[in-house]
Design a protein around this ligand. Structure first.
Ligand code: HEC
Length: 154
């Protein structure tokens, strides 16, 4: 093998490795980002749940702010959170089920139902305790229904 060919092969190999490393870090970043996004949902929903259950005194301004946060989060473009190759078993720390990538219509329907429930919560949460309580159920169901279909139990 001539030195020139050997160099070309080494260079091509290095390129492949670099490409792989970039793709892998993009996948890892996406998994972290979507989990962080979910944690923000859970943090804000937790504050509302505590008020709805009477564990914390109802505070209209705080409830309105937490619900507005959830509604704002739900409007963010999340398409880059879910790259191919980031299902459970493919990417470290991922609990996303492979079905998420093959059930586009169902995912969109669940995401749509979620946004609707979150919109209603944003209107209701700052009104009074009874309105907050009534709006919590559909949101919890919407989170849960997506998890049931697309998130591994552990
Ligand atoms: C359209 C589907 C969908 C909706 C709606 C949804 N989630 Fe998730 N959620 C997922 C998936 C998929 C995962 C797994 C992500 C992963 O492990 O990479 C997840 C993961 C999580 C996690 C674990 C995050 C971590 O750090 O591992 C929490 C907490 C969570 N969701 C809370 C919520 C809450 C609260 C709501 C509603 C306000 C919600 N999610 C709505 C699909 C959804």
């Amino acid at each position: 093998m001539t030195t020139r060919i050997r160099r070309a092969i080494v260079a091509a190999g290095a390129l492949c490795l670099a490409g792989g490393a970039i793709a892998q870090s993009a996948v890892d970043g996406a998994v972290k980002a979507r989990k962080a996004h979910m944690q923000l949902y859970a943090f804000n929903l937790g504050a509302l749940g505590a008020m709805a259950k009477g564990e914390v005194e109802y505070d209209a301004a705080a409830a309105g702010a937490a619900a507005a946060n959830i509604a704002a989060l739900a409007t963010l473009d999340q398409s880059r959170y879910w790259p191919q190759g980031s299902a459970q078993g493919e990417a470290e720390g991922s609990r996303a089920l492979p079905a998420l990538w093959t059930s586009g219509d169902d995912v969109m329907a669940k995401a749509g139902a979620f946004r609707e429930a979150v919109g209603a919560l944003a209107t209701a949460a700052g009104t009074d305790l009874a309105s907050l309580q009534a709006a919590m159920g559909p949101v919890g169901q919407a989170c849960g229904s997506c998890h049931e279909s697309f998130r591994a139990a552990d």
